[in-house]
Design a protein around this ligand. Structure first.
Ligand code: GDG
Length: 660
């Protein structure tokens, strides 16, 4: 057995565990062939990016982005190993330790970065899964690369996983990994979580490899999605693309054992094979799909905003901005899914109509991302043109109505910005969850501030205190911004309090624990929850879930019958012996002039500080040992803080896109 480089902080098998395990497994594999970790996380990217100094010295810096923000605290507290790509072309860095995390790097060639990462992940799946906001491109060469790279990840997961380990695969870049791993390992529990939406079938059906994707995912035991509607969309894809029957939130497939070509999937051919509610016949696997809305580390953010220097910095930001009456804030990766242009358009019109008064400022942080993908370059041009137009039309000397920052900042600076903003604008056209919305809420311990939130973001299901908007409806968006900017402090408090309660009680630790608890559940015995589409859904039984404000206006109801459930699409008839429809299946288909009370008078209520943490005046540092607690996002590419005077200073851009 390979030893991890530092067994102390990883959750490795104890000698007792090892003694108890048989020398060979049912596949005839020797124990020594297994890895050492009982928890293996597989994500497209490592939580750190490799950088090289001019002297050619390599070091690691934290990589921002929603997935890393959410998973880093989870891995830090639970141990285990994180497998991912380092973000650079080159050979695999192999196992190493950074910031207390055990990491194993996957190497990608320049061609694989072009075809797998920039191609199939960013130019096929990303736009397709975000409701084709940009046209997805389908290239067979990209698909081939996707298959090959997914195999590298599956092989590495196999190498690292100890007997009976839990393997947690993340996101759309790795949808084939669950089945590829299952074919090698019958002993591991495999969970998969998708951070982005799972599209409706009419959109998913465009993908030439739709069946392969569904089959790939079904290698997992539990499939987690952000919203119930995403889980429902996936179950529908199982029925339509793969001819499978779903029962509530579950799907059953036959898993042929080793010696028959691995653990490949087969659709049950008869009622006896399939089993009934009472039990799962031998050789059959049951897969569950459910919603697990991801969240943020509320306690950590709460601690950051308690620091005296962060609160002072929030005040200073308002001063730097010229003490406006109203500060609006947007924080996004510069991605076309985030609705930045719609937001700018609404803001420009509000300025022209004078509905926000004359002392209003929008701060838009647009973190660099995927800069080599054409659609992102075009978006950047359009955003920057729009910002210049608005500033040119409505600005004055010393007063730009938009402060546009195409840079990345440390977490402390982000927290200070959240504290300084009266209205947070989160207006994606489609977003799995959107952690920025939750971060804003988690930071507002003064119970002030208002959130304008797109109903197309997963966060809309939970944050009932937000002003929900359809970002395509520019008039509606404008009205919501004006309403958010003019509520009384009492109403702001009432709304913020409800949202803070939600984010505090359902933080990222809660998200990870509910997913892992559900994954650990043995489904081979009769499962009393089978057939319950909400089983495993943390929203079930939640008082907010019944709140009309918290409802998902777009959610497909898992309980709603799907008249097309049994249908296998014409021209999509499955090959014999692989996933095939069964018209005899008896299971029910479908489980299938401004009066702003609190403006101008806001100031951080508490100045009591935790530990001192230099926010500014420090030189950017390299992070030779990866991220430290509370410092995700800091690195040589980060600005230490907003500029002291008006206007941004030197933009210190990332050479490579952040996490996503
Ligand atoms: C995907 C899904 C889902 C951004 N700029 C800076 C910075 N950030 C941090 C934010 C936030 C994260 O990046 C962005 O998270 P989002 O959730 O908004 O978006 P995606 O990156 O698209 O993430 C998304 C998420 O996965 C998790 O499942 O919510 O729907 O698309 O944490 O604060 N952080 C720092 N400096 C920056 O300049 N430090």
């Amino acid at each position: 057995m390979r030893e991890p480089d530092d067994a102390a902080s990883g959750q490795v098998q104890s000698p007792d565990d090892q003694a108890a395990a048989p020398d060979r497994d049912e596949a005839g594999r020797e124990r020594a062939d297994y890895g050492a970790y009982s928890l293996v996380l597989v994500a497209s990217r490592l939580p750190v990016d490799r950088t090289e100094s001019s002297a050619g010295e390599a070091s690691w810096r934290p990589s921002p982005g929603g997935l890393v923000t959410a998973l880093e605290p989870v891995m830090r507290s639970s141990g285990g190993v994180w497998i991912g790509w380092s973000g650079d072309a080159g050979p695999a860095p192999g196992p190493f330790k950074a910031g207390g995390l055990h990491l194993v790097g996957i190497g990608l060639s320049p061609e694989e970065i072009r075809d797998y990462y920039e191609g199939f992940c960013n130019a096929t799946l990303w736009p397709l899964y975000h409701d084709v906001i940009a046209p997805p491109r389908f290239h067979r060469r990209w698909w081939d690369s996707y298959v090959a790279v997914n195999r590298y990840f599956a092989e590495e997961a196999d190498r690292q996983a100890g007997p009976g380990a839990t393997v947690w695969v993340h996101d759309y870049q790795l949808q084939l990994v669950p089945q590829m791993l299952r074919e090698r390992r019958g002993d591991v529990r495999i969970g998969y979580f998708t951070h982005i939406p799972f599209p409706g079938y009419e959109i998913f059906a465009q993908l030439p490899w739709r069946r392969r994707i569904v089959e790939g995912l079904l290698g997992a035991d539990l499939l987690g999605f952000q919203r119930r509607s995403d889980a429902a969309n996936f179950l529908r894809a199982c029925r339509r693309a793969a001819g499978l029957m779903t029962r509530g939130a579950t799907v059953r497939v036959l898993a042929s054992g080793p010696g028959e070509g691995g653990y490949s999937l087969r659709v049950p051919a008869s009622r006896a094979e399939r089993g009934d509610r009472a039990g799962l016949p031998a050789g059959m696997r049951e897969i569950r799909a459910a919603a697990f809305p991801i969240s943020v580390d509320s306690a950590e953010l709460g601690e950051i905003v308690q620091r005296a220097e962060v609160r002072a910095r929030a005040k200073e930001i308002r001063q730097v901005l010229g003490q406006p009456d109203l500060v609006l804030l947007g924080v996004d990766r510069l991605d076309y899914t985030k609705g930045i242009l719609h937001r700018l358009r609404a803001y420009g019109e509000l300025l022209s109509e004078g509905r926000l008064g004359s002392r209003v400022v929008l701060v838009q942080v647009a973190s660099p991302t995927r800069e080599r993908v054409e659609a992102y370059r075009a978006l950047r041009d359009e955003v920057e043109l729009t910002v210049s137009r608005i500033n040119g039309l409505y600005g004055e000397l010393g007063y730009p109505p938009i402060h546009y920052l195409h840079q990345s900042y440390p977490r402390e600076e982000m927290a200070a910005l959240y504290l300084a903003a009266d209205v947070m604008l989160v207006t994606p056209l489609r977003d799995g969850m959107n952690l920025v919305a939750k971060e804003y809420v988690a930071c507002r311990d003064d119970e002030a501030g208002a959130l304008v939130l797109s109903e197309f973001a997963g966060a809309a299901d939970e944050l009932g205190g937000a002003f929900l908007v359809n970002p395509h409806d520019i008039e509606g968006l404008k009205d919501a911004i004006v309403r958010a900017a003019t509520i009384t402090p009492q109403e702001a408090r009432r709304r913020m309090r409800a949202m803070r309660r939600r984010v505090r009680d359902h933080d990222v630790a809660h998200w990870a624990a509910s997913f892992r608890d559900m994954l650990a559940r043995d489904t081979s015995a009769r499962d009393p929850l089978a057939g319950d589409p909400l089983a495993g859904d943390p929203l079930a039984g939640d008082p907010l879930a019944g709140d009309p404000l918290a409802g998902d206006p777009l959610a497909g109801d898992l309980l709603a019958g799907d008249p097309l459930a049994d249908e296998v699409l014409a021209g999509d008839s499955p090959a014999r012996g692989s996933l095939a429809g069964d018209p005899q299946n008896p299971w029910p288909g479908g489980g299938s002039g401004l009066s702003r009370g609190h403006l101008g008078s806001r100031s951080p209520s508490s100045q009591n500080g935790g530990e001192r943490h230099g926010l500014h005046g420090q030189a950017p540092q390299q992070v030779p040992d990866g991220p430290r607690q509370g410092q995700a996002g800091r690195g040589p590419g980060d600005r230490r803080s907003l500029p002291r005077g008006r206007g941004p200073g030197r933009a210190d851009r990332r050479r490579d896109p952040p996490g996503r």
